[in-house]
Each structure stands twice: as C-alpha cells, then as structure tokens.
Design a protein around this ligand. Structure first.
Ligand SMILES: [Zn+2]
Length: 112
C-alpha cells in the first residue's frame, strides 16, 4: 500500500467530518420525509406538491443513509492494509480520487 501515515491522517479527518455532516443530513431528511398527514387542511394541489416533496426527500434520505454507511465503513477500512486499493483490479486508487472521495472502493477506471 502506498499511502503514508500523513495521507491516512488527512483522510481520517476528512472522513470524520463527512460522517458528521452526512449524519446531520440524514437526521434532517428523516424529519422532512415523514408521511404527509391526511388531516392537514391543504388543497389537493398543495397536497400533491407535499407528497412529491416528501418522495424527493425520501430518496435523498435513502442515498444519504447509504453514503453514511460507506463513510463509516471507510473509517474502519482505513486501519486495514488494503485500504486505498481498488476492490476490483487491486491496484492502488489514485490519491486525487481518495481525497475527493475517501469512501471510494474502486479506482476510477473500474468505477466508470
Ligand atoms: Zn480498479
């Protein structure tokens, strides 16, 4: 593995702050994706709007939850020798890619 200690420390800090941000997002989206109450005295159109909005938030909630799981897994994997290696071709993932997306499991070639 070609990552040195400084690089791993940098990624750890980045991952920890991303985890925190994403966890907050998950919490906010969870609240805004609650089912629209039928008792709410809003018109039919605004109710449709509210339902559309809720579905959008639900999709964003699901993807934020997925990202959080990946970020948490990456924090654990960071202690592993194999961290930073592509899970598909086993070659090291470029440093630029890890900086931009520290939870990446595959190199840019395999991911695209
Ligand atoms: Zn690869």
């Amino acid at each position: 593995m070609s990552l040195n200690k400084e690089q791993k420390d940098e990624l750890r800090i980045e991952l920890e702050s991303l985890c925190q941000q994403t966890a907050e997002q998950v919490k906010e989206l969870e609240e805004s994706s609650r089912p629209v109450s039928l008792d709410e005295s809003i018109g039919r159109l605004s109710r449709m709007d509210a339902i559309n909005q809720q579905n959008m938030n639900l999709a964003r909630f699901e993807s934020a939850k997925q990202r959080l799981a990946l970020l948490e897994a990456a924090l654990v994997r960071l202690n592993d020798k194999a961290y930073g290696d592509c899970i598909l071709c086993k070659k090291p993932i470029s440093w630029e890619r890890l900086q931009a997306k520290p939870e990446a499991l595959a190199c840019i070639k395999c991911a695209s």
